[in-house]
Design a protein around this ligand. Structure first.
Ligand code: ADP
Ligand code: MG
Length: 148
């Protein structure tokens, strides 16, 4: 388990960017944290680190955005509006949670994990990330790697 204290949106974006530069195919990054914690910002940094250009908006309404333009394809999901794993499956999103050819970033990953906290399935490499709001511009970002 690692901890990163961010003091600004730039620091959060830079952390994501660093992860994006190091990312390899088949990687899942699962984000948890309240509304406004910085999940979308971190995902945007990760996209940038993969070489994706342009805006990375919240996929709250679309549920999934695909970014094919980077070093690896990226899928960005937001499960906020879905509350159970059954609903996620019914929305056709389960197949996005494991993409061996690219990188997947999921906001509100706990919606999918439910009671599970460890590795999801054999061969899935996941970074489980928790963002806590610690002040106006301060965020406590903890993360742990599973699988692989
Ligand atoms: N250190 C920080 N890291 C990330 N976001 C921050 C930080 N400080 C303030 N913010 C603000 O928090 C909000 C995070 O928004 P967003 O990334 O959309 O959150 P989420 O996707 O978790 O709901 C933005 O309004 C941003 O300006
Ligand atoms: Mg968001």
């Amino acid at each position: 388990m690692a901890t990163f204290i961010s003091h600004s949106i730039a620091e959060t974006a830079a952390l994501g960017e660093q992860w994006g530069r190091a990312a390899s195919a088949g990687w899942l990054v699962g984000l948890s944290g309240d509304l406004g914690a910085g999940k979308t910002l971190l995902a945007g940094g990760l996209a940038r680190g993969l070489g994706v250009t342009g805006r990375v908006p919240s996929p709250t309404f679309a549920l999934v955005h695909e970014y094919p333009g980077g070093r690896l394809p990226l899928w960005h999901l937001d499960l906020y509006r879905l509350t159970t794993r059954a609903e996620i499956a019914a929305a056709g999103l389960e197949s996005y949670l494991c993409r061996p050819q690219g990188v997947v970033v999921v906001e509100w990953i706990e919606r999918w994990l439910e009671e599970q906290s460890g590795p999801l399935a054999p061969g899935v490499r996941m970074r489980r990330v928790e963002i806590k709001i610690a002040g106006d511009a301060e965020r406590r970002i903890t993360y742990e790697d599973f699988g692989g």
